[in-house]
Write a protein that binds this ligand. Structure first.
Ligand SMILES: C[S@@+](CC[C@H](N)C(=O)[O-])C[C@H]1O[C@@H](n2cnc3c(N)ncnc32)[C@H](O)[C@@H]1O
Length: 337
């Protein structure tokens, strides 16, 4: 096959798999097929593969702000996360397109990774004068990979600028309609999602859509057997029946940027014999009805904080700490059972 034919084939396959991913609803076989194929094509064009993200000395790890590439590389293959984000972003772009008619919809993608995976597959669905994107990535090797992919897929006309910069200190100089940033782990641990949102959101216009729209973390007591079951990705509805909700401990959105570190106290009911484990459950509302819940992806995996069979409690306090090791911290505030 001639090189030009091969590139044409890769571009066409990328386009078809992106469409399949948007339309496959919850069909996990199609989701897996198309995410794998998108990833394979991106790896083929850029020469940067997921497994290399952990091993190559070429891939610079700039600072604490970037998570362990050995594990993080696999976020690229997280099919449901990618499908739900792509569907949400597609809906957000279409909503903005119906409002903004005389100019392109301006998008900022902060923390794009090597493929801009949550946006690149959508670009060919629009005319070049309909969307205009700026990418920010702190890691120069990953940014170079993204540039290669954009060129290889002949999407350059959709891109205004590639910034190699730290999103947590980045000064926004344009008016964006949509800003995308997905740089998180479950329970907003370690990564700089919150710091990025704290820097970007005050600089954006009131009408700008920030994606994800909301990240919330709720505490619940659960039964031990649910823990086993959830490992096998069975129905979440069943788990909800066996859950004793305690309340919200963290919420982050355009409207709830203040007081993130304010402690939240949850009361532990007297009768908890059936529900001795306290876990935090992360929910990511990408856009409108496109939502990721427990076990949908690595970024919404439940995290256990207490086993009350070992140590009883009446109240537990949770609070968010930022800085170099962002996380939700906790302590038992009363323990007189
Ligand atoms: C978990 S990956 C997600 C990549 C992509 N958004 C996706 O969902 O496939 C996070 C990316 O953000 C970049 N990143 C992390 N902290 C950053 C910062 N402070 N400024 C700019 N980029 C950052 C990392 O280098 C990495 O490529």
């Amino acid at each position: 096959m001639l090189l030009s034919d091969k590139n044409q084939f890769l571009r066409e396959s990328f386009r078809l798999n992106a469409m399949l991913l948007l339309r496959c609803n919850g069909n996990s076989a199609f989701m897996k097929l198309s995410v794998n194929e998108l990833y394979r094509i991106a790896g083929c064009i850029t020469g940067v593969r997921v497994d290399q993200c952990g091993e190559s000395k070429e891939i610079v790890q700039p600072s604490w702000k970037v998570d362990d590439m050995k594990t993080s590389g696999f976020y690229l293959l997280e099919m449901k996360r990618i499908a739900v984000f792509l569907r949400g972003i597609y809906k957000a772009v279409n909503a903005k397109l119906s409002e903004v008619t005389s100019r392109p919809v301006r998008i900022l993608y902060a923390g794009s990774g090597p493929y801009g995976e949550l946006l690149t597959p959508l670009l060919h669905l629009y005319k070049a004068n309909e969307v205009l994107v700026d990418f920010i990535e702190i890691n120069p090797v990953l940014l170079l990979s993204l540039q290669k992919l954009i060129d290889g897929l002949e999407l350059r006309q959709y891109v205004d600028e590639f910034y190699c910069a730290d999103v947590t200190t980045f000064t926004v100089s344009k008016s964006y309609d949509i800003v995308i940033s997905e740089t998180m782990l479950a329970c907003i641990k370690r990564e700089s999602q919150v710091a990025m949102m704290q820097n970007l959101i005050p600089q954006l216009s009131k009408d700008c859509i920030f994606i994800p729209e909301e990240i919330s973390i709720n505490a619940s007591l659960i039964t031990p057997w649910i823990q086993m079951e959830s490992l096998s990705y069975y129905q979440n509805e069943q788990a909800l029946l066996e859950r004793y909700p305690l309340g919200n401990v963290f919420k982050l959105s355009k409207l709830t940027m203040q007081n993130l570190s304010e402690p939240k106290v949850v009361k532990i009911p007297d009768e908890i014999a059936r529900f001795p484990l306290l876990k935090l459950f992360t929910t990511v509302k990408v856009y409108r009805d496109e939502v990721l819940i427990d076990n949908d992806s690595g970024i919404t995996l439940p995290k256990q904080y207490y086993d009350f069979r070992e140590k009883a409690a009446r109240e537990v306090e949770f609070w968010y700490t930022g800085g170099e090791n962002p996380q939700i911290e906790s302590r038992i505030v009363e323990n007189n059972r």
